[in-house]
Design a protein around this ligand. Sequence first.
Ligand code: RUB
Length: 320
Amino acid sequence: EEVYSFSTVNELAEAIRSMTIRGSGAIGICGAYGMFFAALQSNGDENFVKEAGALLKSTRPTAVNLMKTVDEMLTAASGSGADLIEKLEDKAIEVLERQLLFEYQLGEHGASLIEDGDTIMTHCHSGALGGSGYGGRALSVIRTAHEQGKNIHVYTCETRPYLQGARITAYELKKFGIPHTLITDSMSAFCMSQGRIQKVVVGSDRVAANGDLANKIGTYMHALAAKAHQVPFYTATSSHTIDFHTKSGSQIEVEMRAAKEVTHFNGLPTAPEGTHALYPSFDITPNDLISGIITEKGVFTAPYETNLKKELDLERILQS
Ligand code: RUB
């Protein structure tokens, strides 16, 4: 287990850009702490904090939690004067605690969909801070079902080229004592055709107002396979990841990463020198392939635009 420590906003921004820290929930929290670091470094200069916000937002464009938490921190910083550090420290703690609470709550809602004896497939790694929270979002659903005493098994997808499913999800499942089997991205349709998978639960980096979702590349093909084999396909997310400013998936910016991350692994070439490669880091799953969106408020079904907005608007009105 490697332990990293950071003390400046630039170090944290680089850790997010290089995927040392990754997953939408985790980078959202790190966005908040990056802004707190900026306050510590700023000598009270609000402009320094604003520039830090722009730097953090530029690191990964698809995950909306990062954008939203940086904006929350900027609002807290605005006009805070001598209280800048204290305000941003309080806000960062609030963001972290909210995320952990949401993970716990959505886990309870999602687990109600899981039946005794299910094998659940998940893709990539949907966890927070490497699992130091309740287990992240897809994993929170899985872990809660396991703790309720349901006899479940998990298929974790390897997820080329970073292998998050193999390296991180498998690590966490082992830690939680949940039986699991590692498969590679391309095996899901065959496994479904054999009746080996009863549910799919993935995370998401951004959910558009109409329920289309962006998640790790490969999610879309799993959703297509799930539809073809009548396997329910869910995303475990939180209201914070739903972006009502983005009407549909076609408006979500999909991060394109360096081709070298496909042609090399751990610095070693895996393809002939000069091979061209493409790396869209995420894909968009259209809402008609999704059986339900699990959040801390419950499980939302289609029509997503109406159902998500109704519930989450009510919340905003009650809070104001
Ligand atoms: C990770 C990924 C995860 C979502 C949801 O991508 O796509 O499924 O971020 O994770 P990357 P969580 O490794 O490129 O950041 O539920 O933990 O927010």
